[in-house]
Write a protein that binds this ligand. Sequence first.
Ligand SMILES: [Zn+2]
Ligand SMILES: [Zn+2]
Length: 445
Amino acid sequence: MASTVSSRPIPALYTVYILRSTMRHASLYIGSTPDPPRRLKQHNGAIKGGAARTARASLRPWEMVGLVSGFPGPVAALKFEWALTNPHLSLHIPTESRLSVARQTKKNGHPRRPPVSMQSILANLHLLLRVPSFARWPLRLHVFMPDVHAAWTKWVAQVQTTPEAPLEPVEVLTDFQPSESGVMGADEIELGPPWGIHALPLDYGPMRDYVDKAQDIFTFEREGDCAVCNMALPAGQGLYAVCPNKSCEAVGHLRCWSDHLLAGEVSTHGHTHGHVLSGDTPLVPKNGHCPDCGGPVIWGDMMKELTLRMRAPKEAEKLVKAKRRQEKAADKAAALADKAASKAAAAAAVEDLPSSFEVEPSVVKTIKTATKKMRKPNEAEKPTAAKATKITKSTRVTKAASTLTKAAKTAKPTKTKAARAVTAAVGEASAALLDRSESPEVIVV
Ligand SMILES: [Zn+2]
Ligand SMILES: [Zn+2]
């Protein structure tokens, strides 16, 4: 049983997604992936590897309207994907709860898959997220389209009105496309943070501080005593898990954490644990509280850190190092962006411009590229630099633009301090450009 799968750490992200054709909303597809943006590109034919069922040109482009995250690995995700694709067959769904029932059989005698709609997918999702086989995993539903979210809410309300006791809630996160009101217009320049699948963390980035803390504890052998059983924890002699809460250094035996969290679950939910479990005592905890700091503890997060530390120490180290580097780069980029913003503001304030003054289209382009770069730091680096040096009509605005480009180049991914500062600077710079367009001598292209 000890396969290669179990020797890998719990992946940073593994999802089961719902794909919908933007051309024909009734065309739906369910799949699983650790990298939704790349997978979407495959479905849309931008890169190799899309499924045959999504290859028809008339159905492209596809969009990911929602997904479930939190799978402990590809096998787990595949199980869920299969159950969601075959709700009429899945043994994870008890017969009495089955929503999709096969009413026809195929020639070979197998039950034919009942017709699939967004409604049926959401209903089965609602069911599967709560069945015993899946309810112990830290699964979360993400919804990216308002209409799909409305359908979900409607379904949940409908199910909740049944006379039974209230159902265990499912954690739902929404991330809709923000209504763009950028100064240059949405088609001119893509302002604003990414959203939907493009805002999902694909790496262990969100765990950096946690991983950093744990590394520090074990490197300097500060394990101390088990937070649960109070026995000493000899360095390097067992599986020790660490509290995920910031500044809490509670460490405990893996088994002790598990017992502690499970005990907490039984005392808060009673033996049956809502509708999730039918009498069986769960072997794997879901969440609870730290005995030291009292803060929330999600078992899945704790296992992610533990497996990363034990099974991929090099990856963990890289993550911590990258954190330090990024912090430095972010500070630098933020400083550059500040400088650029003040330059842009100064440029806007200049009134005695020559009457023939023109803002180069390349300036606008440079800012545009800078923004794009900010969203995707690895692309278009060289062309941007070249463009920045090509701008010959030296005005303060062009200078500001090239500083911006530099800032964008230094800026790492989107949600960093630097990226926000660059966004602000780009906003100010483009506002400055627009301001000048109001004066008759100035032409903004
Ligand atoms: Zn212990
Ligand atoms: Zn704690």
